[in-house]
Ligand binder design. Structure first.
Ligand code: SF4
Length: 321
């Protein structure tokens, strides 16, 4: 197991950003962590990278508990886990050339001599589909898609075991999103790193992730193999997210019933009692307002969902068919 998160809690003062979350990522596995803004999904990524200090719970990286490691003790482990950010522009230092940016982790971790850096960077740039001559350019001379390729090259140059990708394509034009997603998928297969892929867009992870975990207000409400989540979503929230995602087939698109969720995600300052989704759930009933459903799988061999209506012989259908 590359990453194991157990009952993670992260509160910022009164804000309960992550409120008891567990997940695991195996060797070479891609987990899509999906949720609207305000769900706490980015906070999970920050805790894994120790950019945020967990309030409680534990995080183990490759079998080692890193929950409360000091910055210094964490330093050698930073070779193994890298982040790809949403906005490639603000994450690349504008005063440095692409070669300096991509090569910096090699020098910081003494993984290459100054003389070797140029060749290593050129090879990595080619791997992400950029010409090696790009190394002498500056970030502002590149397009958004090219910059995100540079971000990937920098994250991958040390051959990390785990990549945390936080909305890596959502700042890009739709026309270049697919090519960057394909690139991430190809690189993941070639290099074999594990990946925590954080996104608000469920459709993005369909072809990339082995498993999906859906988050709502600091908790996972459903998780399972990607094909199962798409074929048989069990939680009304997952059903709503899927109903909003575009479908390539126009016939299926017409047949589909959309679930329009009312309002925004409630404030994590004061999450609703009972099922946190009850204020927006089209199927909510009395019990939902008082009893919190557990993330369980009452249907043997399926996948867990946190909803009172998922029983051994029934799965709710929020589309009302
Ligand atoms: Fe909806 Fe109730 Fe299920 Fe929550 S427990 S998702 S409110 S039906």
């Amino acid at each position: 197991m590359i990453l194991r998160i157990d009952n993670l809690v992260k509160h910022y003062g009164q804000v309960r950003a992550v409120d008891g979350l567990s997940l695991e990522i195996g060797q070479g596995e891609v987990l899509g962590l999906v949720g609207e803004s305000g769900s706490g999904k980015s906070t999970v990524g920050k805790c894994v990278l120790r950019l945020a200090e967990p309030t409680s719970g534990s995080i183990a990286l490759d079998g080692r508990d890193i929950t409360h490691l000091s910055r210094r003790a964490m330093r050698p482990l930073r070779r193994d886990v890298h982040m790809v950010f949403q906005d490639p522009y603000s994450s690349l230092n504008p005063r440095f050339t692409i070669e300096q940016i991509v090569g910096e982790p090699l020098l910081r971790h003494r993984a290459a001599t100054r003389r070797e850096v140029g060749a290593r960077v050129a090879a990595m740039l080619e791997q992400v589909g950029l010409r090696p001559e790009m190394g002498s350019r500056f970030p502002h001379e590149l397009s958004g898609g090219q910059r995100q390729r540079v971000g990937l090259a920098r994250a991958l140059i040390l051959g990390p075991k785990l990549v945390v990708a936080d909305e890596p394509v959502s700042a890009l034009d739709v026309s270049v999103q697919a090519s960057v997603l394909n690139l991430i998928s190809d690189l993941q297969r070639e290099m074999g790193f594990s990946c925590l892929f954080i996104t608000h867009d469920l459709s993005v992870v369909e072809f990339l992730a082995d498993r999906v975990a859906v988050m709502y207000l600091g908790k996972i409400v459903e998780s399972g193999p990607t094909a199962q989540i798409f074929a048989e979503p069990r939680h009304p929230y997952t059903q709503a997210l899927l109903s909003a995602a575009p479908v390539a087939d126009p016939v299926k698109q017409r047949q589909r019933r959309r679930i329009v969720l009312g309002g925004d995600v409630p404030s994590p300052l004061d999450p609703p009692p009972g099922c946190r989704f009850h204020t927006r759930c089209p199927l909510a009933f009395d019990r939902c307002r008082t009893d919190e459903p557990e993330l369980t799988d009452p249907r043997a061999g399926g996948h867990p969902a946190a909803c009172h209506l998922v029983t051994a012989d029934r799965v709710p259908d929020a589309t009302g068919r």
